[in-house]
Write a protein that binds this ligand. Sequence first.
Ligand code: SF4
Length: 367
Amino acid sequence: GMPAAPPPTLAERRKTRQIKVGKVLVGGDAPVSVQSMTTTPTTDVNATLQQIAELTATGCDIVRVAVPSQDDADALPIIAQKSKIPVIADIHFQPKYVFAAIEAGCAAVRVNPGNIRKFDDQVKEIAQAATDAGVSIRIGVNAGSLDPRLLQKYGKPTAEALVESALWEASLFEEHDFRDFKISVKHHDPVVMVRAYELLSEQCDYPLHLGVTEAGPAFQGTIKSSVAFGALLAKGIGDTIRVSLSAPPVEEVKVGIKILESLNLRPRKLEIVSCPSCGRAQVDVYKLADEVTAGLEGMEVPLRVAVMGCVVNGPGEAREADLGVASGNGKGQIFVRGEVVKTVPESQIVETLIDEAMRISEEMKLA
Ligand code: SF4
């Protein structure tokens, strides 16, 4: 048959230069990638690799590790070698760790050349070493660590200040003909952050790494990041994303993936379409939705499963789903593509849905 048309997105992706972060391409027509950062001490190689494995299993594309000391730099070769996804070394000041990370086989380095120039101008050597090794760089401008010169000029880390800082940092690499970098301009306020990325995207074609810093605990951070990334991605701005949460990094990846799936920037997998419940509900919709979600976790096929609290609107609302249930009178009507295929007692709804989901997913895999 005809190949299915890709699902619509809200905007064409902005045209950016493409860079390589190991095997992952960032920018150009590459899919928007999801990043996270380990929370283990990088010196604890086993714990770090364990966390990277969990992130990888969750769907993380790229992982960053902090390199604040020589011991951390010494741990990089084995981490870079054993990780199944590209590793970015996060370095603040010391050029020697940048060289160590490149030597260690890291796919990329996050470092601001402005910081390095302050201490010891090795920007040219870094550009050369990165080019020779095929390593890319992220220039990460952050409201919290903005250049004092710009802080003075603008009074506070405004969007304009973040952008001026980023373009200045970029120019330090451009002076040495190095352009394999992406840029971030992070701020904790989504309004300032969105404005900064909009301005930056008008002034350069480097790929952009989106992030809201210090976004907060999971609930607030999820909302801040979703709103900010959504506003930018809806205009085609953003090539790779990192959701920052005061929560385990696996949670960041789940949120990042859902943001991309919501905008059709990544193929959707399992999607639970559950009703909010209302006075008509004849079943505990929250519990049923949770049980169905838990029972189907890890499904690899794109399946929409509707969980509806009553038979009044349930069937209609469930029609667009692959599979669904509408409950009433202690029973559940099970729908497959809008048709009632069976009616089961309430106690068997979850297992019946799981069985049907497995059957449909087998069919999808064969198709
Ligand atoms: Fe209310 Fe039924 Fe709609 Fe759920 S499906 S919100 S219970 S009318």
